[in-house]
Design a protein around this ligand. Sequence first.
Ligand SMILES: C[S@@+](CC[C@H](N)C(=O)[O-])C[C@H]1O[C@@H](n2cnc3c(N)ncnc32)[C@H](O)[C@@H]1O
Length: 261
Amino acid sequence: MNYILGDNETAAKRLKLVADLFAPSTESFLNDTALPQSDLVLDLACGPGHTTRLLAKVLNGTETIGIDQSVNFIAEAEDASSSDGLSFICHDITDTPFPVGPADIIFTRYILLHLENPSGTVNKWLTQLKPGGFLLLEELEQIDTDETLFQKYLELLERSLELQNKRMFIGPLVSTLSFADAEPTSNRIKEASISAKDAAAMFFMNMQTLKNSEYVRALYNNEEIEDFVVNLEQVMEVKETSLKPVSWKLRQIAIRKEKKK
Ligand SMILES: C[S@@+](CC[C@H](N)C(=O)[O-])C[C@H]1O[C@@H](n2cnc3c(N)ncnc32)[C@H](O)[C@@H]1O
């Protein structure tokens, strides 16, 4: 698996926190986009299924399917999702055609930063839509923080992704893409303010996987890596911190595939 943040129990716990913190911005994206009533909604890179359940709740499609390459996450998603019309498939989302489709709506969140060819992949996804269908992308635009510890952690992740030819702040690139037979219908930045303790918790949990990554180890020595872990853990566990909240800027783009002429 060429995904740097892993799929063990800690990674799943981190995605639960991500789900809790970022559900409001995703929900507003879905509600503010004029979308058709759908027979089939796909959630690409669904992880343990938090976004898939959110899509099913907000969009109420006849069928909502989460797709992820991680066997662990798909098993967890299946265990946690019992409602009719909700299911999960283990599949590499860069590999089209998908085993289901075509879809009315395809949604993705926080995945293009983990892919080597984001622009080519977005174009592949568009082929998996029905005419008039929507591709909804929610990706990292920018993260603003005055805190040195957080700045250094973000630099660690950004540099590690760069070693794999990936771009962490992918929003600006995505926002300038153009498509052969599809047009963006909305393109905006949504802000989410995250407390320093929650930011530290997400970063600490990521460090549990990142500390063993060959890319991180190529850039930092043991002592530096351990410093990150200890300092992030301290902020996460302290009752109150003077560290300021962190501002996440999320690029939200809705792209509509042309109807057949
Ligand atoms: C940062 S998580 C995002 C999960 C979910 N979209 C969310 O917002 O909570 C990225 C997910 O992408 C999955 N992933 C990474 N590369 C993939 C690929 N090529 N095909 C399918 N899933 C992939 C990982 O297993 C992980 O579940």
